[in-house]
Design a protein around this ligand. Sequence first.
Ligand code: 0WD
Length: 254
Amino acid sequence: NGLMAGKRGLIMGIANNRSIAWGIAKACADQGAELALTYQGDAFKKRVGPLAAELGAHLAGHCDVTDLATVDAVFDGLKERWGGIDFLVHAIAFSDKEELDGRYVETTRENFLRTMDISVYSLTAVAKRAEPLMTNGGSILTLTYYGAEKVMPHYNVMGVAKAALEASVRYLAVDLGGNGIRVNAVSAGPIKTLAASGIGDFRYILKWNEYNSPLKRTVSIEEVGDSGLYFLSDLSRGVTGEVHHVDSGYHVVG
Ligand code: 0WD
């Protein structure tokens, strides 16, 4: 029963119960999806383990996208366990928080490359491994932010990375479209998560969105989860290469 009945998917990027990926996982499980979750390192295993249990989800193991052997292990494990998957959520990003403050021009080459590797290349790396598992077509969803389109204070190198991520969505949509695999992004408004706590003056950004967005409030992980559900389910079967804003409408005014 439900929109996701009979569908199996991998969710990457749950750090804790405030993660956007957790909002998406809950929405999918509520609609009957069977889920596998990855975590990054033992510290997060302690948090993600109980969350997996709450949804009856499979723990698909440690995955650090900078170590492609751990990515291969996750997809090999899923092939063995399920034979294939129907959807994939990529909610992973990282940059040195020292550089999510002050001027973009100060970005170091080392952090630029690391930010691009973890926040951009990883989508292509997982899409490549998901493609052979999506034998009945599928849906891949990533998370982006308005800082890709307009300069947002402190977002800096992450804004440049999100612009490249959004371009990757379009190129992947073309590459995988022939196999019935769709690739889309949700551009979420600011939400207080672990990753967001690294961004300078984040509370100000939250308040700014609250005062200036058409809905006059920020969005929740449940709201991003419900919009994510549309992209992961067959409701959006005619949609690919899209960047969809779930931001209380901020992008029409900001
Ligand atoms: O305001 C916000 N919070 C917004 C976030 C607005 C718009 C977009 N986003 C994006 C983020 O840029 C990111 O792409 O949403 C995505 C999810 O971020 P989040 O929910 O805000 O943050 P958080 O709860 O900290 O999750 C980030 C995940 C963590 O999950 P896991 O389970 O993997 O630990 O990214 C993970 C991080 O650990 N992560 C990595 N995962 C694998 N390999 C790596 C890595 N090297 N680095 C970070």
